[in-house]
Design a protein around this ligand. Sequence first.
Ligand code: AMP
Length: 197
Amino acid sequence: MNMLNIVLFGPPGAGKGTQAEKLINHYSLVHISTGDLLRSEIANATDLGKKAKEYIDKGLLVPDEVVIGMIESKLNSGTNVNGYIFDGFPRTIKQAEELDKLLDKRKEKIDLVISLEVEKEELIKRLLNRGKISGRSDDQNLETIENRINVYNKETAPLIEYYKEQGKYRGINGIGLIDEIFNNICKVIDEYLKERG
Ligand code: AMP
């Protein structure tokens, strides 16, 4: 059977993590969140975690080699997988190119890039709210949040063009009820699967 590999794309606070959780259950996929992987390295106080925390707390991207290495070992450890939801990765053109290469070696590819579209004011509101509940330090500081959104616009948004050129990009309104957004994502995926046959 063909794998189904999806990039869940969008700025911080767009709802990628929330939708990824629902999608992995619905389509029996494996969730790969580089943010979660990095936070677990931090929680375990590994060298990688200590290094990564310095970038994360400033709202900067962790260097490409670090996250690409993490993705490679995740892909290597997956057996009997239906496919992956990539959440928060890739975030730079370099990462996207390396991901394409890693999948290509496995005779796999990214099928769809589903982008959750939410404007800046709403993102800031959501992230500050999440900071109160989750305790994530990078969600509690307005300057860090604004940096993350600026970094998204500068380093990550160019991926929209990258994936549009490949015909994989699908934009979805990220504002509304969680289940409503989820249904809209499922429609896009189901339509793709039907066409693929
Ligand atoms: P997230 O949980 O996806 O919002 O990620 C939290 C933080 O982890 C980001 O602000 C970055 O500092 C770092 N991070 C997560 N994923 C990546 C990635 N693909 N490339 C670089 N840094 C990342």
